[in-house]
Each structure stands twice: as C-alpha cells, then as structure tokens.
Design a protein around this ligand. Structure first.
Ligand SMILES: Cc1cc2nc3c(=O)[nH]c(=O)nc-3n(C[C@H](O)[C@H](O)[C@H](O)COP(=O)(O)OP(=O)(O)OC[C@H]3O[C@@H](n4cnc5c(N)ncnc54)[C@H](O)[C@@H]3O)c2cc1C
Length: 475
C-alpha cells in the first residue's frame, strides 16, 4: 500500500517527490514518457520569474514569489545550472508605460526588487534593444535555469531517498477502494491512500477517471521558439515586452549554456499531441520580437522547438483536493509561471493539503542534495589532467560543439535515474545541443548507450520506446 501515487514526472511532480522524500512515506512517481520531464518541463522559456506579473489574490501570485526565492539554493544543492541574468520589461510609449507602473506596484507589494531605466540608459547595457523602447522596468533578481535538469535532479534525489519511479507507464484508470484508490496503468496496479494528479496537459483526463464532472478542462497553448547558436552574444538580460491578456509576449532569453531563445508565441491547440513548429507560429515570433529588439539573429538559428502550456479553463493554478473525490489532489493548470513556482507548489501541497492526511516522520537517511556530476568544461587544466589520469574516458571528446567527454556521458547513464535514450543523454549532459545538433556525436552516443545498457545498437532509441534509430547494423 502506497501513501502517495504521483502522476506526472514534470517539474511539478518531481519537485513534490523530492520534498516528500524527506519523510518516511511510501511514494511512487509514474510517467507515461520514457524519461523525466519530457513534456511542458522540456520546452519552455526556462525563466525563474520573480513574481511581479500574476494578479493579486491568485495562487500564481503567491507561489511564484515563494518558489522563485528557493531556486538558487535548490540549484546549488542539486548542482544544476542557475544564471542570474536579470530581466528588462521594455515599454514602447505611454500606454505600455502604464502597464509597467502596475507591474512595479505589484512588485513593491510583494517585496520584489526593481529599478527604472530610461530607454537610452537601458540601451547602454543592451545595445540590441529597439530605439522605440522608451522606458525599462528592470528586475535584477530574475534568473534562468535548465528546467529538465532540475526535474531530473529532483527525481534522482527522491529515488535515492526511496521513492519509486515508473517510466513508460500510462495511467489508464483510477478506482475507489476501501482504503483510498487503485491506480491502474498499462503495466500494473498501485493501491494508495492518496493520488496526486500532476499530469500537465492530461490533468483533466486523469481527473475525469475519478470525478463525474471535472470542474476544469485543459486548453493547451503552444509556444514556439528559435534557439540561437552560442557564438552569438545577443543580450545579457532577459528582455520582455509588457505583458498583455495573451501572456508575457515574445522574449529574448539568454540561457544557462550561452544560447539565446527567441519566442514564444501563444496559440491554442485542440490536440494535446500537437507539438510541432509551424511557419505561422515562427513568423509571429519574428514579427513581434522586432517591436522591442533590433538585429534579431534568426540567421544563426540552430534549432526550433515548441512546447504546450498546461493551460486550462481556469486562469489560475488549480491546487486542491478534488471536491468530489476525497484524497485525490489536483495540481493542475500549471501554466507559466509553473516552473518558477514549483518549489512553493510542492510546499503548498504538503502544508495545506497533505499535512493532516499522513504521518510525517523524518526519513533519517534522506539527503536533499545530490553528488556533483563531473563537468569537464568547468575544470581547470590541472583538474582536467587529474580526471583523465583517473579515467581516460574523460579525455575522449564525443561532442565537439559542447566539448562533452565520453566519461561524462557514461556517468549520466550510470547515475540514479540515468539516461536510457539519445535524448536522455542530450538532456543530461548536452551532446547534440550544439551547432551540429548531433550530426557528429549522435552515432557515438548511440554506441555508448548500447555498450552501457548492454543491448544491441539496433535497440537504442532516440526518445520513446518506438523511436529506434537504426534499421540494421552495417558490419
Ligand atoms: C512555451 C512555454 C513557456 C513557458 N515558460 C515558462 C517560464 O519561463 N517560466 C515558468 O515558470 N514557467 C514557464 N512555463 C510553464 C512551465 O513550463 C510549466 O508550468 C511546467 O513545466 C509544468 O510542469 P508540470 O510538471 O506540471 O507538467 P509537465 O512537465 O507537462 O509534466 C506532466 C507529466 O505528466 C505526464 N502524464 C500525463 N498523462 C499521464 C498519464 N496518463 N500517465 C502517466 N503520466 C502522464 C506527462 O508525460 C508529463 O511528463 C512555460 C510553458 C511553456 C509551454
């Protein structure tokens, strides 16, 4: 009998699993994907927003501020990338400046640091800011992370502390039992006291398995991006337009590893499996970015991608025990700023919803941090030599663009919650993230995976179990 079944191993489910694993609770984290963080958590702007944007009185407003303040420490404990870039909200003209005033008022109330800059002052720091920008509201505490890296690290900590992880398992039905719930997947059944529904765009379907009339419907919104090569230095700060009813608008975002993201649009889609980029979506990004930025480096694009926001018929996060299903907890409608809010969402679930339902004995063996991975690019020449002497695989470069060694790839496969696919390796240590997008390193990564997983190269997958790369071996 489990205390908790958590459905969904995105940032919401994994952050919660990590925090719960500090206690003696029997928990299992289930995801239908072949890896942690393969959906919204994999494809977003990666910004730890400080929390000036959500409206007063919302859960988003409350939890964004609290969550953002935890990120730096969490990333330190988990050895995840965290870059304090600061953010500029750029206004063009008086009407937009009025919106900035409202944002500054909210920031003031919430204790969020901000500064005012004239357009010209801002352009001395950010020369690619458009000449049409008249005033900038600067938020120096805004940061970027690598969202899936944080989620994978949270899952690793939770699993090290005893949480079970089941990937490639789709929850198909949830039945009421005398002592709670029976969660049925395509691979097995889990008797549990409590179910946490953190299933992103599928949260309404999961709720529909227990409630006759789910009180919300998911209405996913797609966001599309350009990824710019890391040899282009476009901005130091995240640059936003002023927000509108449609969202935060088209941004320029410097990433943790030196690329720039340009996007996203925000387009409602009917099909939650519709994740491809479109000409219309990318054109929208092109046309709107130039309202606040000049010289957009679209000719240096190395990739485009799209993500689906888990938006719903409700404009706020839905974090509550379902009114018609005791001990079934929805953590749904976690659209932006869901990444930034995730640590506080987990606290809220534990403190406001679970506190009286479970016994909270400390797990005496739990560690909330994780062992630092070896990152050769961060080492001094002396340290590199020592590592290579210890293990020559650290001296064998597999990914030329990002300078990733075979030793680092092997480590990421062997770790708890290790990579099981080419994309899994890419998410953990970045081969394939650079200019050649895997053209050079992908066959080598494939062979390393086959060797480490003790399988035929024919069985190595790009991502899902159905995504085999090779048809036959050429010997
Ligand atoms: C374009 C875009 C830009 C964004 N930018 C930002 C930003 O800059 N900052 C910010 O704070 N937030 C941002 N967000 C929002 C943020 O990405 C999300 O709030 C967050 O990733 C949601 O995480 P999640 O774990 O709730 O959902 P997900 O990451 O989608 O995880 C849900 C999981 O549930 C699993 N699942 C679904 N159904 C089943 C089933 N039947 N059985 C088993 N598993 C199932 C899925 O496989 C998935 O892994 C953005 C989102 C998008 C799309």
């Amino acid at each position: 009998m489990y205390d908790l079944v958590i459905i969904g191993a995105g940032i919401t489910g994994t952050m919660l699993a990590r925090k719960l694993s500090a206690f003696k609770l029997k928990a299992v984290l289930i995801d239908r994907e072949n890896d942690i963080a393969n959906e919204a958590t994999m494809a977003n702007s990666a910004i730890v927003h400080t929390g000036y944007d959500p409206e007063e009185g919302t859960l988003k407003g409350l939890l964004n501020v609290r969550g953002a303040r935890q990120y730096e420490q969490i990333c330190r404990d988990l050895h995840c990338g965290y870059k304090l870039t600061g953010a500029y909200v750029a206004a063009c003209g008086e009407e937009e400046e009025k919106v900035q005033d409202e944002l500054a008022e909210r920031a003031e109330k919430r204790g969020i640091a901000y500064e005012w800059l004239s357009g010209d002052e801002a352009r001395t720091h950010e020369p690619n800011l458009s000449k049409h920008v008249t005033r900038v509201l600067s938020f120096p505490e805004t940061a970027v992370v690598y969202p899936w890296e944080v989620a994978i690290a949270c899952a690793e900590v939770a699993v090290n502390n005893g949480t079970e992880l089941r990937l490639n398992e789709t929850v198909c039905a949830i039945d009421r039992t005398d002592s709670g719930w029976c969660v049925k997947t395509d691979k097995g059944e889990y008797e549990t006291k409590i179910v946490i529904n953190a299933a992103g765009v599928a949260a309404d379907k999961i709720y529909g398995m227990v409630g006759d009339h789910p009180s919300f419907t998911m209405t996913p919104k797609k966001g599309e991006y350009f990824v710019i090569d890391n040899d282009v230095h476009y901005t130091d700060h995240i640059i936003y337009p002023v927000p509108t009813a449609k969202g935060k608008g088209v941004l320029a975002v410097p990433t943790v590893y030196g690329n720039t993201l340009l996007g996203p649009n925000s387009e409602r889609v009917e099909d939650p499996d519709e994740r491809g980029c479109t000409f219309a979506g990318l054109d929208y990004v092109r046309e709107n970015l130039v309202k606040i930025m000049r010289n957009p480096p679209f000719n240096k694009t190395i990739r485009n991608f799209a993500g689906l926001r888990p938006s719903s018929s409700c404009s706020d996060f839905i974090i509550e025990e379902a009114p018609d299903a005791e001990n079934f907890i929805n953590v749904a409608s976690i659209e932006s700023p869901g990444l930034a809010s995730a640590p506080a969402v987990a606290d809220y679930v534990i403190e406001e919803l679970l506190k009286d339902k479970l016994t909270w004995d400390k797990n005496p063996d739990a560690r909330m941090d994780r062992e630092a991975p070896v990152v050769m690019a961060k080492l001094s020449e002396e340290e590199k030599k020592a590592k290579i002497a210890e293990n020559p695989l650290y001296g064998k470069i597999i990914c030329r663009c990002e300078q990733i060694s075979e030793g680092e790839i092997v480590d990421c496969i062997r770790r708890t919650c290790g990579a099981r696919s080419v994309k899994g390796v890419k998410k953990r240590v970045r081969p394939g993230m650079g200019r050649c997008q895997g053209g050079f390193c992908e066959p080598r990564v494939l062979n390393i995976l086959a060797r480490e997983l003790n399988c035929s190269p024919l069985d190595v997958v790009l991502d899902s179990p159905a995504s085999r790369i090779l048809e036959k071996e050429n010997r």
